[in-house]
Design a protein around this ligand. Sequence first.
Ligand code: HEC
Length: 138
Amino acid sequence: MPGKKKLLVPAGILSFIILYALSCGNEPKQAIRKPVDYIKPIPGPSDSVPLTTAQKGEVLIGYSDCHSCHKEDKRSVGPAFKDIAKRYPVNDAYIDYLSKKIIRGGSGGWGAAVMTPHPELSLENAKTMVRYILSMRK
Ligand code: HEC
């Protein structure tokens, strides 16, 4: 019965195609979930940032090397400033944590890329920079 044998081959190919299609079907879901996991917003009340503080922070950042790794809107070597602002509520605890992290550098919060340390920055100036970054929270 040559007819039956011929049918077996297409059936095998067909099940491969179905399995392939099913495994591909999962990919878009992961792609949609990724940006949310990347930002990981922390809930909590947020203070407002005075405009003059934000402006001062913007100038300080302009005079430092931050823009070689950070962009306002897009992920670069480091996370986008707007993504950082989406993760952290504006309050003293996070402002303190983030300014100390800029001074000592590090990685692991957003991925494997490393932020170089900035020992030349005063804690006060680092805090002003952080307030400017977090003021991009909308
Ligand atoms: C050499 C590249 C580089 C430079 C220069 C740099 N950063 Fe970063 N920055 C990174 C990377 C990479 C991360 C993500 C670190 C991580 O995953 O924990 C980061 C993270 C941050 C964060 C978030 C930290 C956290 O734990 O969520 C802030 C705020 C920040 N940078 C501000 C600054 C400021 C302000 C400057 C300039 C004084 C600066 N960065 C300069 C690469 C850089």
